[in-house]
Design a protein around this ligand. Structure first.
Ligand code: NOJ
Length: 742
């Protein structure tokens, strides 16, 4: 108590709230002054304590746990905690920091609130398929509101890693393969998490991860080596991190992988030259889980002391769970290997964020039981989760319009996943609770009537047990249509969940094959966290609905899409390959010197045993209605360096239902000092069209959008000829051309 009182005296003269946006720059200066006044009071040990982050062990998100973190909080040796939530628990830990540590500096509380905290939204890859920035921002806003009501003030999101590697389980956490779309989504998520004001008690600090290039592990194996050219890094992988930082994210997490031979956590090029000097990042950088220690295994340092030195010199401010900073930073200063000023700089960054969050004003500002109670699972949150889940789903096939189903039709529902609540939530389900939610089967019964929904599990999502096949066949015989829900176990996606084959696991497809012999219409509903190879299923099913792991309200969302209460509008944000051998496959490939369209002879860039084309291209997704595109008209076909081109198409809903379409605009730079992709997304708009309605959609192309890293590594444009494409996916497009004038 004595310490608490003395710290209250210290802090009472330096606290001032600064909520108005107009005061921001003055507020920043005031914060700097406050930070300095705190820093002056701190011992070296206390400073290092601020650079330390430990897991509470409430949730296990990595390989190690630490039992004595409570003492460390008390002794000022741990300034930040993750994996602790609920007002009750956070208050308990915060109280120790504020009342029992010498200076009473409040703790940051972090958690992986990736796609919802309690109310779980679709996995991030699914959300990206909505191409709906407002919906995505809202989802992050709600996640932040619930997290903040549970005592948290920091989320380890957004994950903005571009990836073209479906074997890598973590594609489920990102926004897919495209840098342009990925950048817009990254910014939307940061806006959602942080709002306009970090001090608002419904917002949390965002953490952009994983810096950098974590999405490109060789062979898709998690944590594996990344080896890419600087040009690809700068043009393809870096933009979403930049966009998130420009949107105001104040923390960044370093990645596990190496980059150009040096692990990201100790990589000065990444953490200082790029992140701080080029992107102008002003917040703090936290390592990933024990990634400082892991530099020993990477083989760039001989021991943990050297790891601490490499990391701090690279620009890493906070050590997650590794205890390396805690053990070695002081020693390194004593040995004269680093200056205390370096430590001060990191501590300043961390304290500054704590001030911005308002934690010094009131360390318990995220700890209000009444607010927690009324916020968690608020009806409007569940409604939003339902809405986003519907928007995320992608209709991949709909032969003879067998979807939507008609109310009252007798359907046989088959598959373990149809009856699974846990899997609906996907990986990184945060504090999501599946016990009270409804499965797809529950919702189908509720909507279509118990007697019209027959269920047989048939088989598990994994394993080779076929004993349920007979019952599934008998059940299916009694129905008009078959709805089979197949896919992956949620635990087979996300971190440490790489796969060497990306088929539907187990005997699910074998059962589908048997069901096909009944000659009844078959609808496949997919639950999965990555692009899968669906060549077989595509032959067997009449309709395929990609539902991802759709979250708390996923069962109802699937039901409403299947029955046409909602007309599907999602479009893929990762290419779905025809077979595994095509991986990595993505739409912005290069032409090569021997493109296949020059004639399909032996010496072309192709496979002997497979087409080059994917099964479902980037941007693809059907609707229960159809859309027709007019030719493209351009405001001019000469783009001046200080000008722009308006490219327009008229899109018509030619079907009988109202629906939404994601209109996509791509360009190709035909000749460059370095080779250029065959297509690059440069604009998109999701529009709603009533049946029969037409709308003109326009995109503005500026030279800025055509910039890239040229042969000499300068960033800018090159004059010359361009193609432009507009359509409903990256393959089926209208085409025109224009010139960029010098
Ligand atoms: C490791 C993961 O790579 C990272 O994304 C996550 O935020 C941390 N663990 C903390 O759980």
């Amino acid at each position: 108590m004595k310490n608490y009182l003395s710290s209250m005296v210290i802090f009472s003269f330096i606290f001032m709230s600064c909520n108005s946006a107009a005061q921001i720059s003055t507020a920043d200066k005031k914060i700097d002054a406050k930070v300095d006044s705190v820093l002056k009071l701190m011992t070296l040990d206390e400073k290092i304590g601020q650079m330390v982050l430990y897991t509470s062990g409430w949730d296990v998100t990595g390989p190690t746990l630490k039992s004595d973190y409570i003492d460390d909080i008390r002794n000022g040796k741990c300034g930040n905690i993750f994996n602790a939530h609920t007002v009750e628990y956070v208050r308990k830990l915060q109280k120790i920091a504020v009342e029992e540590s010498r200076l009473g500096i409040p703790l940051l509380f972090g958690y992986d609130v990736i796609h919802g905290h309690k109310t779980i939204f679709p996995i991030s890859l699914g959300e990206s398929a909505s191409w709906d920035l407002k919906a995505i921002e809202k989802s992050a806003r709600i996640a932040a509101t619930e997290a903040a009501a549970s005592g948290l003030n920091w989320t380890f999101a957004p994950m903005v890693d571009i990836s073209v590697e479906p074997r890598w389980g973590r594609v489920s956490e990102g926004a897919g393969e495209d840098p342009f779309l990925g950048s817009q989504i990254a910014a939307a998520r940061v806006r959602g998490f942080q709002g306009n004001n970090l001090a608002d008690t419904t917002t949390v600090l965002a953490c952009v991860k994983h810096f950098a290039a974590y999405g490109a592990p060789l062979a898709g194996r998690d944590y594996n080596t990344v080896d890419m050219s600087q040009r690809v890094f700068l043009d393809v992988y870096l933009p979403p991190y930049k966009s998130a930082i420009d949107a105001g994210a104040l923390s960044v997490m370093s990645s596990f992988n190496e980059f150009d031979g040096v692990p990201a956590t100790g990589n000065r090029y990444l953490l200082t030259e790029i992140l701080r000097n080029q992107l102008g990042f002003k917040g703090f950088v936290v390592s990933d889980y024990t990634s400082v220690n892991e530099m020993v295994h990477h083989g760039v340092v001989a021991n943990e002391e050297e790891a601490a030195l490499l990391a701090i010199k690279a620009g890493l401010d906070m050590d997650m769970q590794g205890e390396v900073y805690a053990k070695y930073l002081k020693k390194l200063i004593e040995k004269g290997l680093i200056d205390e000023k370096t430590i001060d700089q990191s501590v300043r960054r961390i304290l500054s964020v704590k001030f911005k969050l308002g934690l010094f004003d009131d360390p318990y500002r995220y700890c209000n039981e009444a607010r927690e109670k009324r916020t968690i699972y608020a009806p409007e949150h569940l409604e939003a989760a339902f809405d986003v889940a519907k928007r995320s789903m992608v209709l991949l096939k709909n032969e003879n319009n067998i979807l939507p189903l008609k109310k009252g039709e007798k359907i046989a529902v088959i598959g373990e996943l149809a009856n699974s609540k846990r899997d609906l939530l996907g990986s990184w389900k945060a504090a999501g609770d599946w016990n009270f939610i409804k499965s797809i089967l529950d919702e189908l019964k509720e909507y279509n009537g118990e007697k019209n929904v027959l269920y047989a599990e048939g088989c598990k999502k994994m394993g080779d047990d076929r004993t349920g096949f007979a019952q599934a066949m008998a059940t299916a015989r009694r129905a008009d249509k078959i709805v089979m829900v197949i896919g992956e176990d949620a635990e087979w996606t996300g971190e440490a969940a790489s796969r060497s084959n990306i088929n539907i696991p187990g005997v699910q497809t074998e059962l589908l094959e048997q069901l096909k012999t009944l000659n009844k219409p078959i609808v496949v509903v997919l639950m999965n966290g990555r692009p899968l190879v669906l060549a077989e299923e595509n032959k067997l099913a009449d309709a395929i609905l990609e539902a991802w792991f759709p979250g708390t309200m996923g069962g109802k969302a699937v039901t409403h899409v299947l029955f046409g209460e909602y007309n599907p509008s999602g479009k893929l944000t990762m290419t779905f390959p025809l077979n595994l051998g095509q991986v990595p496959i993505f739409y912005y490939e290069k032409n090569t010197g021997r493109p296949i369209y020059l004639g399909n002879d032996k010496y072309k860039s192709k496979y002997l045993d497979s087409p080059n084309d994917p099964l479902f291209p980037f941007g693809f997704g059907l609707s229960y209605t159809t859309f027709e595109y007019s030719d493209i008209t351009l405001s001019t076909n000469e783009l001046q360096q200080d000008g722009n081109i308006r490219a327009s198409v008229t899109v018509t809903n030619t079907g009988k239902r109202d629906g939404e379409e994601v209109v996509q605009c791509y360009v190709r730079d035909l000749v460059g000092s370095v080779t250029r992709p065959v297509k690059e997304l440069k604009g998109f708009e999701k529009i709603f069209l009533k049946a029969g309605e037409s709308k003109k959609v326009s995109f503005t192309i500026t030279p800025d959008l055509l910039s890239f890293h040229r042969q000499d590594m300068t960033y800018g444009t090159e004059p010359g000829d361009f193609k432009m494409f507009i359509g409903g996916n990256s393959r089926d497009v209208k085409e025109t051309s224009f010139k960029l004038i010098n």
